[in-house]
Write a protein that binds this ligand. Structure first.
Ligand code: NDP
Length: 450
């Protein structure tokens, strides 16, 4: 049995699932040396077991729009691995959602959650429902119909979903209300809840803040910091907004943001005031990013589907933080970033960089952190929300933020230590995969063949 054999098996078992195969390949390549050192892991087929969801649910979601038209969507929950804790991972509402996308996200989530040091297993879910252009009432009706089925499969001790693309505070509110009504209980079954009803302070900010804390740790290894660094950010949703906010706090300059229509390039830098405008535009008015360029008279570049690269990544900068979606940085983009002297790429999104692009970055000495390490601050703070819910207590912003800083520092050290131990010093990808894998593998080994 070799890593190639396992990858072949994954390909056979999951045809038409390119995203899942991509995530599997990345992890198999990194962790194979661990299995060679521990033949018992091979005999117990631990890696193959991790690659097979413990349970995968697909269900019909039927709902009525404001005009009384009936719509049918697909809902899913992938319960990937529960060796170290209840399933935990977000819900994504986006037309691009497929079983492949959710399986890749759930698989990544296993290792990410293990890295946080908080006992959480891996899961992910969502729907091909598109919240864009829907009224609040329509989003509410969809969320209620979705939870009508999902409620049978989750609980605060079994599976605790959160937000992801297309699922923010509004959707979590509707989903929580529906769950409470169906189950007749008030428990912390979802995270990312409102502050007045069980949510944790700093959860909204956590993924973006954590990403920049992680980047700061990486830069400190080279006696540098984010201060005065020019940064490219993609996306303009939850992760992007708070990554930009923390870059500004720490004295860096963020010059881009994007949505699925295109990106803005504000060479003067996104200031606190401009960021407040962006938050209001995206979170309250649900508008398009072009409005930012119109208001602040900066460049707007429409996204051209025919382009074989994204011109956002051709802008000269020190650091790049992809915070939109998977596979948004390809080989060409990586070459452009390298050509412009990029020092660091930190993933805020999940798997935004293709395998070829990662290899180009690493080969050219760009510091690179995989999302499972650098965006883990979101789920870690969800873990803190669960702890506060179990304890029936509420921590202050300062307390949660201090824990987040500590968790990101620990993940950073854990990655570096594992990478060094396996002969790849400074390789955060290998370090994150190995450290996450080892923790889950040991738990599965102890729990027997189940
Ligand atoms: P949001 O829905 O808040 O924002 C997503 C942003 O990315 C929007 O600007 C959206 O533009 C853009 N986007 C989404 N899909 C595409 C696409 N196919 N092409 C171009 N642009 C796109 O999501 P989040 O900020 O929560 O999530 C962003 C990424 O971070 C995802 O990969 C997610 O899995 C990851 N992540 C999120 C965490 C969290 O706590 N929220 C935790 C860890 C990871 P538009 O508005 O036009 O759709």
């Amino acid at each position: 049995m070799s890593g190639h054999d396992i990858l072949d098996l994954v390909k056979q078992r999951n045809p038409n699932e390119p995203e899942f195969i991509q995530a599997a390949e990345e992890v198999i390549t990194s962790v194979w040396p661990v299995l060679e050192r521990n033949p018992e892991f091979i005999r117990l087929r631990l890696l193959e077991r991790m690659l097979e969801p413990e349970r995968q649910i697909s269900f019909r979601v039927t709902w009525l729009d404001d005009k009384g038209n009936v719509h049918v969507n697909r809902g899913y929950r992938v319960q990937m691995n529960s060796a170290i804790g209840p399933y935990k991972g977000g819900l994504r509402f986006h037309p691009s959602v497929t079983p492949s996308v959710l399986k890749f996200l759930a698989f990544e989530q296993i290792f990410k959650n293990a890295l946080t040091g908080i006992p959480m297993g891996g899961g992910k879910g969502g729907s091909d429902f598109n919240p864009k252009g829907k009224s609040d009432d329509e989003v509410m009706k969809f969320c209620q119909a979705f939870m009508g089925e999902l409620a049978r499969h989750i609980s605060h001790r079994l599976d605790v979903p959160a937000g992801d693309i297309g699922v923010g505070g509004r959707e979590i509110g509707y989903l929580f209300g529906a769950y409470k009504k169906i189950k007749n209980e008030f428990t912390g079954v979802l995270t990312g809840k409102g502050i007045g009803w069980g949510g944790s302070l700093i959860r909204t900010e956590a993924t973006g803040y954590g990403l920049i804390y992680f980047a700061e740790n990486m830069l400190q290894e080279k006696k540098e910091s984010i201060k005065d660094k020019t940064c490219l950010v993609s996306g303009s949703g939850n992760v992007a907004q708070y990554a930009i906010e923390k870059i500004i706090h720490l004295g860096g300059k963020a010059v881009t943001a994007s949505d699925s229509d295109g990106f803005i390039y504000d060479a003067a830098g996104i200031t606190k005031d401009k960021l407040e405008f962006l938050k209001d535009l995206k979170n309250n008015r649900r508008g398009r990013i072009k409005e930012y360029a119109d208001k602040y008279k900066c460049e707007f570049h429409a996204l051209d589907a025919k382009h074989d690269h994204n011109p956002l990544w051709s802008i000269k900068a020190d650091c790049a933080f992809p915070c939109a979606t998977q596979n948004e940085v390809n080989e060409k983009d990586a070459n452009n970033l390298v050509k412009n002297g990029l020092k660091l790429l930190g993933e805020g999104a999940n798997m935004p960089t293709t395998i070829d692009a990662i290899n180009i970055l690493i080969d050219h000495g760009v510091m690179y952190s995989p999302g499972k390490a650098s965006n883990a601050g979101g789920v870690a703070t969800s873990g803190l929300e669960m702890t506060q819910n179990y304890m029936g207590t509420k921590w202050t912003s300062e307390e949660v933020d201090a824990r987040l800083v500590g968790i990101m520092k620990n993940i950073h050290q854990t990655c570096l230590a594992a990478a060094k131990e396996y002969g790849k010093p400074g390789n955060y990808l290998v370090g994150a995969n190995i450290a996450g894998f080892l923790k889950v593998a040991k738990a599965m080994q102890a729990q027997g063949v189940v």
